[in-house]
Write a protein that binds this ligand. Sequence first.
Ligand code: SF4
Length: 223
Amino acid sequence: MDIVYRYGKTYYINMTNRCPCRCVFCVRNGTRSLGDAECLWLDRDPTPEEIIAELSARDLSESKEIVFCGYGEPTERLEDLLTTAKMIKGRLGKDVRLDTNGLGDLINGRDIVPELAECVDRVSVSLNASSPEEYLEVTRSRFGIGSYDAVLAFISKCRKSIPGVAVSIVGGSIPPESEEECFRIAERLGVPLRVRRCLLRRLSGPDVQSPVLRFSIVATNVL
Ligand code: SF4
């Protein structure tokens, strides 16, 4: 199991496979590895000390930041995420970025942004959709229809207390007019929107009736 992996020049941490979503485009559906990792499915969640040991064994000189990402939602392990982030900044002298689905408040049952702001320099939030209904259809979040508003609120709070905040959608996963609406939503939130370009394998079957395209990601060029 790989708990640290390199993608391009950047190093990523794979803390957990837990996630409240089952996104139709999740990269986990199509491949077990990314970057220089062999398998991102974990036998168990690694400890902060194990993560730091793995990072310390790598040449991080070209990695301008260390990113919490991986095959799961990092805020599922909030306490260990915070501990590890503080160790990265204190011991390794690196900036920290969190790639998240933005559902951390619902996962942890409280506002987690003040804690993140203490040790996270940048946050990239998966916006994914232009409405609560579309979001639920794309992500199949276990938190239901309220998930999208929770993500928007999370982004707004991050914007006020974390230096770098960006949002993303997966290009082609929602209709073009929804993508355009996502740009307007990001503008209203005051954050840049990045369209992640992926090589998609379209799925067939009854789901093709849906306005949301069904597919799995075969490869992605941007995390
Ligand atoms: S939130 Fe991320 S890890 Fe979870 S199912 Fe969606 S794409 Fe996969």
